[in-house]
Design a protein around this ligand. Structure first.
Ligand SMILES: NC(=O)c1ccc[n+]([C@@H]2O[C@H](COP(=O)([O-])OP(=O)(O)OC[C@H]3O[C@@H](n4cnc5c(N)ncnc54)[C@H](O)[C@@H]3O)[C@@H](O)[C@H]2O)c1
Length: 245
């Protein structure tokens, strides 16, 4: 039997990057996936690339907008089959040195990365609990410990760890585990946007001497979603080639 046979997993930010790799890995493991992302056209392209047939569903939704998240929860409620797991992967950066950071840059990152994870968990937890088997995996970052130029992002990703641990405590009795993965430097559009000199500096610091691939993160997420991780809750798994040591 495959690791995630017949489980249904919602993946935010699933249209590209790490979220897309998580969707690929979940499908290979036998799960059905619900891709959530901002634009319907990006979701259609992603679903075509996945070639998962009936096992792939898509919903356009801004995770930072509570009304849209509520509407998504209603739509999922009306869908036949169980909802077993949520991967809170949608995330953004708006980097700037703290002395120059605008309130808008601060707030937009907190809204998507932290409040978005809260809203998705808050409005889907009832459905996930119904399965009497549930998983929530949140994307934190090695930057949660602090990173110059990313006060907003670091605070959001440290907040995600606090959210993860608290939900783990509150949901353990319902057989719902809640964990986080903290990637290091992974090659996606997010890191392509980093200026070359800063990229080179990051890459020099990685003990494994290579950047991570989205599939490196996806493999850890699938493990946390699987039955093999049933007794693991409230943890943060670094997927960083040693960068976070
Ligand atoms: N790439 C890295 O090196 C790295 C390192 C540590 C943590 N992470 C985290 O991993 C996650 C995925 O990162 P990535 O590198 O794949 O990023 P990415 O920018 O390539 O993809 C992010 C996806 O999230 C979607 N998204 C953004 N805002 C959204 C919103 N409000 N509602 C719904 N969807 C939204 C985007 O449209 C995009 O498809 C993020 O949470 C990121 O912070 C990435």
């Amino acid at each position: 039997m495959k690791q995630l046979n017949n489980r249904n997993v919602v993946i935010t930010g699933g249209a590209r990057g790490i979220g897309f790799a998580v969707a690929e890995a979940c499908l290979r493991a036998g799960a059905g996936v619900v891709l959530v992302d901002l634009k319907a056209e990006d979701l259609t392209i992603a679903a075509d690339r996945l070639q998962g047939g009936d096992a792939v569903h898509c919903h356009a939704c801004n995770v930072a907008d509570e009304e849209q998240v509520k509407a998504l929860a209603q739509a999922l409620k009306a869908t036949p089959g169980s909802l077993d797991a949520l991967v809170n992967n949608a995330g953004i950066t708006r980097d700037n040195l703290f002395m120059r950071m605008t309130t808008d840059q601060w707030q937009s990152v907190i809204d998507v990365n932290l409040t978005g994870s809260f809203l998705m968990a808050r409005h889907l937890v009832g459905l996930i609990r119904k399965s009497e088997w549930g998983r929530i995996v949140n994307l934190s970052s090695v930057a949660a410990r602090g990173n110059a130029g990313q006060a907003n992002y670091a605070a959001s990703k440290a907040g995600v760890i606090g959210l993860t641990k608290t939900l783990a405590l509150e949901l353990a009795r319902y057989q719902v585990t809640v964990n986080a993965v903290a990637p290091g430097f992974i090659e996606t559009e997010m890191t392509q946007a980093i200026p070359e000199a800063a990229r080179d500096e990051w890459l020099r610091k990685i003990p494994a001497a290579r950047p991570g691939k989205p599939s490196d993160v996806a493999d850890a997420v699938v493990f946390l979603l699987s039955d093999d991780a049933a007794y693991i809750t409230g943890t943060v798994i670094g997927v960083d080639g040693g960068l976070g040591i």
